[in-house]
Design a protein around this ligand. Sequence first.
Ligand code: SF4
Length: 469
Amino acid sequence: MNYAQHEHHEFVEASTEALADATLQTALVRLTDTLLAGNRRGYAALADSSELRDHAKAIKEHTLSHLDQYLEQLEASVHRLGGKVHWAATAEDARRIVVDIAKKANCKHAVKSKSMTSEEIHLNPALENAGIEVTETDFGEFIIQVAGERPSHLVAPAVHHTRESVARVLSKHLGEDLPDDPKSLAMVGRRVLREKFRRADLGITGANFAVAETGTVVLVTNEGNGRITTTAPRVHVAIMGIEKVIPRFRDLPVFLKLLARAATGQTLSVYTTMITGPRKTGELDGPDEFHLVLLDNGRTNILATPFRESLQCIRCGACLNACPVYRRIGGHAYGGVYSGPIGSILTPLYDSVPLNPHLPHASSLCGACQAACPVKINIPHMLIGLRELQHEYKPSRWEEWAYHLWSWALCQPWLYRWGMWAARLLMRWQAVDGWLSHLPGPGSEWTQVRDFPAPAAKSFRDLWKEMQT
Ligand code: SF4
């Protein structure tokens, strides 16, 4: 299995490979440490960051409660500006809509700025099958397109690469021997992508936000490629999940203040691009046609469930950088388009709960994800909810029996106390230097990959008794 190239459901195998991948481990430590520190610095520098995050959450919750109303308002606003709105119930619908737009406008060369929604619908293969050349123009996305891989992070898609591996990938692709210093590599990217921009007749982007009140589609980028993608080609298609709508223009600064701080620690991303329909008479730049594709793809099914909060996500990637699991295995091991803690919720919900049994368990439930999240999404709570759902889909008789036994033991204080005393004695007897390297039964899965700490010499009850005397 090449887990970096294809979506898959083999979480355990892919994680094992990821842990043994020295390049990946180096890259993860380098980048996630930088981004996590940026996130903490970003919040600390804002005096009212906690209140601002609560406010952003309240806007998101209000929007989700009136989603139909705001989406219709957005459609009317985009029409007023001269753009067209397309409703896509599924990924297949969205692919068909974009391919039809390209064919009608006789487009042959597409440039794309980074868009996880377009990854979600697998747009590139559909365009290529229709004879349209597609080039990713975000440098990280370009690297993984050339390498034939999938993004491994929401905002840093090539986070699994080091500059040495980027030089190898680009050297092979271009047939040149490239140095591995970042500036030279960026110059190579610039040279190749400028030519692609010059020929492009179709520009494809995602949307970080879309304002219902004004029809403004907002893109937040650091490289400026989004600006050229939306202005140089004669047709622009923006694809967004329906949850990206926000009600009013005055709501936008709330999210702009938080997004960059959460993602990278920047006060603001380098480019904030606001698109208001196609080029108007007298304007020099901009496309002849502007299309906005509103993608559902399972989102409305989540609206009325306990997982609705996942629709508040603004795809900043902060929960990935904070997660001790993501920081060891990277994004590809999660198998789906979205990775990390939020991916462990979105992939089962968008794809299938029974087919992704490991994802809801790929978390220590430490809460670092919620602490980093700009909209304070309670990710641990939803992961537990998915575990419950899994049990409903496929009840484990062994687990049921174990919990019955546990509950019965808890109701017999003498038995519980005796059991704990015996277990502690046995485990301490077997421990070496305070650690157990082998546990029996289901516990052996734990000790296959890490040691288990021996229990303390005195139980909490013993210590409590001592304190009372
Ligand atoms: S869940 Fe929160 S932290 Fe994670 S990507 Fe979404 S908004 Fe960012």
